[in-house]
Design a protein around this ligand. Structure first.
Ligand code: M6P
Ligand code: ZN
Length: 190
């Protein structure tokens, strides 16, 4: 057995509802409102008006009880509400893993995608229900709801990977994901 900093978890089963995008038992949960997304949307004035107005919940994250610790493999379900800020779809903050490690996302409900950026190239992947997206080590990642209903996906990631939000604030994500006038999804320069 390897040495653990804490007592190892016992094997356990997680009940997972694909359609409802829930898991049980649950661990930490978080809610991010518009005011938590400062500096991320292109139209800063519209972002501020929304944050200082009804300040909607943009997304929530429900995790299983597996801790974010080395060697563990936590999972979480993120649900992004539909909406835009001046045509830029509601999205997660996005992050880079300071300890470069991969991650997988499985689409559960709604329509959405995964924007990835390694500092040079940007790739946008549609991750709809039944699709698994793979994020290789070194690629920052952000999820986007491109539909008009809540978009949910399951993430599975190494517990020691960490979350670096400053990297995305200083480097951007290469592209932005916008709703065109006809409602279709389009990519724009940052
Ligand atoms: C997924 C995982 C989590 C992440 C969450 C929200 O569930 O990648 O690690 O925290 O999305 O994304 P963010 O941390 O960028 O707000
Ligand atoms: Zn991640």
């Amino acid at each position: 057995m390897p040495q653990f900093y804490e007592q190892p978890l016992q094997p356990f089963a997680i009940s997972f509802d694909f359609a409802a995008a829930t898991l049980e038992p649950t661990g930490p949960t978080l809610e991010r409102r518009m005011s938590d997304l400062e500096g991320l949307f292109a139209d800063h004035e519209q972002w501020r008006a929304a944050a200082e107005g009804d300040n909607p919940v943009v997304y929530s994250v429900v995790s299983s009880p597996v801790p974010e610790a080395d060697r563990e493999l936590p999972q979480s379900i993120t649900t992004i509400n539909p909406g835009t800020v001046s045509g830029e779809f509601f999205m997660t903050k996005g992050h880079q893993h300071p300890n470069a490690q991969g991650e997988i996302y499985l689409g559960l409900t709604g329509r959405g995608g995964l924007l990835t950026f390694d500092g040079y190239d940007t790739r946008f992947l549609e991750i709809n229900p039944g699709t698994v997206g793979y994020i290789p080590p070194g690629w920052a990642h952000r999820s986007i709801n491109t539909g008009d209903t809540p978009y949910s996906f399951l993430a599975v990631y190494p517990g020691g990977a960490g979350h670096d939000y400053g990297w995305v604030l200083s480097h951007g994500m290469g592209k932005r994901v916008l709703m065109a006038d006809d409602g279709s999804v389009t990519l724009a320069e940052y």
